[in-house]
Design a protein around this ligand. Structure first.
Ligand code: NI
Length: 248
């Protein structure tokens, strides 16, 4: 069930069956010369939307702008600074909590979001603690590539040149979902350099075409489809475990 294609009575009825909601979360940022700017929010959205097709789960709207300051040297990147991101996550979460959702599961598609999302969770929990709110409200962050069996599959598909940004696995997922938007180019070098992440101009100087350690030419829609199916299964299992957690 997709929240944005539902009505409030349908969400109210869902709340009698479950108190869990999934929020795909990512970033709108450059992904090399062939990767879509939406890659990091599209991947968790594609996986969550696929998973809800044959399971009674609720997927909220995708939180599609994240912490991407290091990619701002490339056109099309949009970033929230960490303090803004935390404030937006707080309001987003408290809106849902106010309606009775007690378990909010963020399926993340951008490594650069992790520290800030964790900090947002600390802020939200601290607010509950100071107010002495009831037990049982839980937030969870899961990167889609950390779902069960996803990285073993990606490692088999891409034994070399997976890298850490504009990876063939994430690009394959978007190719499967949006085959009309597949782009190609001759990469030079074939496998991009690796190194640290600092500010935007340093990033562009170190990684001139935007990739980090990756060879996206290995991506294909077929490999993306395999990843989506495995990730969706992993998501359903992880979500069931999270929903079943009971506060003592
Ligand atoms: Ni990415």
């Amino acid at each position: 069930m997709l929240l944005h294609l539902s009505t409030w009575p349908e969400v109210e009825a869902f709340l009698t069956r479950s108190r869990t909601v999934i929020i795909p979360i990512g970033s709108n940022e450059q992904h090399g010369p062939t990767g879509l700017l939406g890659t990091d929010w599209l991947c968790p959205e594609i996986i969550a939307h696929h998973a809800q097709k044959d399971h009674d789960i609720l997927v909220g709207p995708t939180f599609n702008i994240g912490m991407a300051q290091h990619h701002l040297g490339f056109p099309g990147t949009i970033s929230l600074r960490p303090s803004t991101f935390i404030a937006a996550l707080r309001d987003w979460t408290l809106s849902l909590a106010g309606h009775g959702f007690t378990k909010i599961y963020f399926l993340n598609g951008h490594g650069g979001n992790v520290a800030t999302i964790e900090a947002a969770f600390s802020e939200i929990y601290a607010e509950a603690s100071y107010a002495g709110r009831a037990r049982g409200f839980s937030l969870k962050l899961k990167n889609w590539w950390d779902l069960k069996e996803v990285m073993p599959l990606a490692n088999r598909q891409f034994p070399t040149g997976h890298g850490s940004h504009a990876t063939p696995s994430e690009i394959a997922v978007t190719q499967w979902a949006y085959p009309d938007a597949i782009k190609t180019v001759a990469y030079s070098p074939q496998i991009a350099p690796t190194g640290p992440i600092r500010e935007a101009l340093d990033f562009r100087a170190r990684y001139p075409d935007g990739r980090m350690g990756s060879d996206p030419a290995q991506a294909s829609p077929e490999k993306g489809g395999e990843l989506v199916r495995v990730a969706a299964e992993g998501l359903i299992a992880d979500l069931a475990a999270f929903s079943a957690e009971v506060a003592p």
